[in-house]
Design a protein around this ligand. Structure first.
Ligand SMILES: CC(C)(COP(=O)(O)OP(=O)(O)OC[C@H]1O[C@@H](n2cnc3c(N)ncnc32)[C@H](O)[C@@H]1OP(=O)(O)O)[C@@H](O)C(=O)NCCC(=O)NCCS
Length: 220
């Protein structure tokens, strides 16, 4: 008790108390409370959502699911969907959309931070332990056909949709885009700002536009 009082006194005298309260109450607890309540509400709104134990969500995640689609999020996912809580980017909301009969599966211990996952007609799998940095977009579709140009706006080009598989313990850096049909192998790292439109093998670091393998991580 004496130690607690002396700590509080020290914090008041060193003007740390308000800063600590702000960090704990506003940045941590309030956004965590808000996020977990919103996730819980989604489990009532959508019968096709399955959430594992121990998920923590900071801020207002957006989840949009079609009736025949499916979303699974495994245990202990760490979802940061709030610009104040996020340590890097200004816009950090997480948005997960599954159209038609598509399936999004997010494994155990996955970290999402301001990530957009949009699955139209196939699947997007993100395996255990993968970390996804802010402003990453993952899509299984181009949403429009390439040709003929005058039909592009209205032709959804469904036939070109391809599923995306992101392996275990992958790390995808800030501002990357993972396009349709891509598989990223286990333990690989995708450098910030990359556009991934071809498969990336396991245990490698890839970067660039389009992303190419820069080095094999097991060589270090
Ligand atoms: C441009 C796009 C539609 C082309 O799709 P596609 O016809 O399947 O093209 P491919 O994947 O066969 O790629 C053809 C070549 O262009 C390159 N390429 C395609 N998209 C690229 C991109 N975004 N950045 C860099 N290179 C790209 C590919 O590497 C490939 O090069 P290669 O022949 O040397 O291997 C697609 O890659 C894309 O960018 N999709 C996102 C569309 C979008 O933003 N939709 C939002 C809704 S409006």
């Amino acid at each position: 008790m004496k130690r607690l009082l002396s700590r509080i006194f020290h914090q008041i005298s060193s003007r740390q108390l308000l800063a600590n309260l702000y960090r704990k109450l506003v940045i941590e607890w309030f956004t965590l409370f808000q996020g977990n309540i919103i996730l819980w509400i989604y489990t009532f709104v959508y019968p096709n959502i399955k959430l594992g134990q121990g998920i923590n969500c900071w801020g207002r995640v957006i989840i949009r699911l079609n009736d025949s689609s499916k979303l699974t999020i495994g245990e202990n996912a760490h979802i940061v969907s709030d610009s104040i809580r996020a340590g890097i980017t200004l816009f950090s909301q997480v948005k997960i959309t599954a159209f038609f009969d598509s399936k999004i599966s997010i494994g155990n211990n996955v970290g999402l931070n301001g990530t957009t996952i949009s699955c139209r007609t196939t699947h997007i799998n993100i395996d255990d332990g993968t970390m996804i940095a802010p402003n990453v977009i993952i899509v299984d579709s181009d949403f429009h056909s390439l040709w003929p140009a005058e039909e592009r706006m209205w032709n959804p080009g469904f036939e070109n949709d391809r599923g995306v598989n992101i392996g275990k313990n992958v790390w995808i850096g800030i501002n990357c885009i993972v396009l349709k049909g891509v598989t990223i192998g286990d333990n690989s790292v995708i450098g910030a700002g990359s556009i991934v439109n071809r498969d990336i093998p396991a245990n490698t670091m890839a970067a660039g536009n389009p992303a190419v393998v820069i080095k094999n991580l097991t060589d270090d």
